[in-house]
Structure formats: C-alpha cells, structure tokens
Design a protein around this ligand. Sequence first.
Ligand SMILES: [Zn+2]
Length: 364
Amino acid sequence: MTTSKVTSTAAASGYGQRQQLARLCHGARLVRPLARLRTLLRDDLRILAYHRVLESVEPAGFDFDVELISASAERFHEQMAFVRRRFHPMRFDEVMALFEAGRRMPPRAILISFDDGYDDNHRIAFPILKDLGLSAMFFVATGHIDSGAPYAYDWLVHMICTTEATQLSAPELGLEAALPESLTGRRALANEVLDRLKSLHDGAQEAFIARLEREWGIWRHVGHVNCRPMSWDQLREMQGAGMEIGSHGVGHRMLAKLSLAQMAEEVCESKATLDRELGTSVQVLSYPVGGPDAFNAQVIETVRQSGFRMACSYIAGTDTVRPDSRYSLRRLPVERSMDTAWFEAMVSLPELFGYPTRSRLRAG
Ligand SMILES: [Zn+2]
C-alpha cells in the first residue's frame, strides 16, 4: 500500500489565470469583436454542458459533490439570456436534420445540455429555459429515474464528507489518508478518490463504493433531498414543453469499463426504457463520465447500431458535425467558478477560455 499526499484540485492556478484574462478581455470590450472575427473564420457548433443548477453554488450544509453545481439560478438565468442574445440556440433534432441533409449550421449555432438528471434541472433550470423560450437536452440515467436512488459517485463524495471514521484505507486506489476535519479538506480528498477510481474497471469501482458503505454504515437510500433524480412525470412534462431528453446509460457506468455484453445492455436498455416512457424515439446519448477513457470504438459502434444518431463526450471543445465526429461530439463544460466575464468569454472564444478537459469521474 502506498501513502499519497492529497492535493487540492479545486483551484489549479491555470484556472485562475484563465479567469483573470477573461476579465481583462471582457473589461476592455475585446470579447465581442474577437468573437465576430472568429465567426468569420469558423462556423462550428457549441454545446454547453451543465450538471446541476441550485439556488447557490455553495449551499449551506451541502455534503454532496459541490463541483457538480454548474451555476446558481441567478447566474444560469444570466448565462441563458446571454446565449439567446448573442448566439443561435438550436435543438439537437434541428442540428441532426441539417447534418443529415448535408446543410451547413447557421453561424453561432449553440446547444444546451445537462447530464445526469438531477431534480434541480426540473425545479430550477427548466422554468428559466421556458421563460426565455430556450430548449435544452437532458441526458438521464434511466436506472436512477426508475429507482430514485442517488448516483454512486455522488454517494461516494457524500460518504467521505460525512463519515465519522478517521481514516480512509483504499489499497485498491493506492491511497491511505486521514479524514480531514474540514469540509474543504474532505472535498479535496473526495476529488482525489474520484480521480483514482476512474482507472478501475466497473466491477472494482462498484465493489469499492459498496465496501465503504458497508464499513462506514452509510447506506445509499432513495430520496435524499440534496441528491434526487427527476421522475418520469417531470421528464414528460419537460418534453411536452419543448425540452429534449437523451440517454446517459442505465446506471451511469463508464461504458468502456464494462464487458461487451454489459455495455451493450446499458446502451440498449436505456434507449428501450426512454422510448417506452417518453413515447418517442430517443436519438442522442451522452457517455457517462465522457472523458477519453469512458468510451471507445466498440462503444461508439454499439451506440450507432442501437439507433442513436448522435452522441456527446465530455471532452472540451467545439465541433463541426461530420460523419466521424457525430458520435464523439465535444462540449463546453460550465463550472461553478465561472463568473459573468469568464462565461461570456468562454462561450465566445472557447479556444482561449474553455475549461480544460478533466478526466475525473464527476465529469459528464
Ligand atoms: Zn454523468
């Protein structure tokens, strides 16, 4: 067993510099002219990627994964108003139709997407989108919509934030660490655990989380107020109001870390369940976690053969929809640390101000 020093990943200096530069450019009114210039040179597709929108990005007593809060309600409203004002918001089905007809995307085309299916998407994000006349895609893990159970990685963070144990022994991750007293320290440790867990195959990830549940006696239960998936009725209501729903697997498992049979089952079952519950043919999937190690050529082929027509990764960037990229579309993650200047600079000039791809489990 090795002992590793746990380092905070929350505020790497690169992010700070990016934010500073965004503020400078924004303050000097450089973002808009540079964005106009970029539009002349590139007509690519932007896909914003959100997870949770809550009343605040630092809610009191919140002991789940705070990094999954993409924006506060107020900031999300401001971001969506900006997107509507400066870009050409589209739906995934419109983009697909243009692509399949061999037509070009309009300039400044943008899509809005959410991963996982937390109930705050319905409670907070949906009314804001509706008010502004925008549509978004909600990628949901069907097993969690069925069961109402919290997501495994969220529960892992929750356990680390709340356990009364004093030591985390994780030989399978090469990690032995004292549980810090502060919530900030525990969040940093949880980041480290998530980072390391992603290299394990699916069964080992599941076994590790189950072992901690057992040893610490913090059993995953349905209905925790801070970590609830949406219900089918909520999804049907959103779909009826112009939102799109897509697949994020059944159990939010990294598809490339499963056996071929299990992977195919996750993909096919999620589609069959969504099609049945929503009375439509769901066309788009987002790979759970979504980094380079979360999907591969075999996963892409299975997704294509299962009837999906597009798929999103969680790799940062913009896209030109092409036959060879339609199943690995890049997105622009929105993070809670983004202030107004940074968000506007990031969407306008993603190459300069986009959040770097993270391979961490919470991604996607
Ligand atoms: Zn996810």
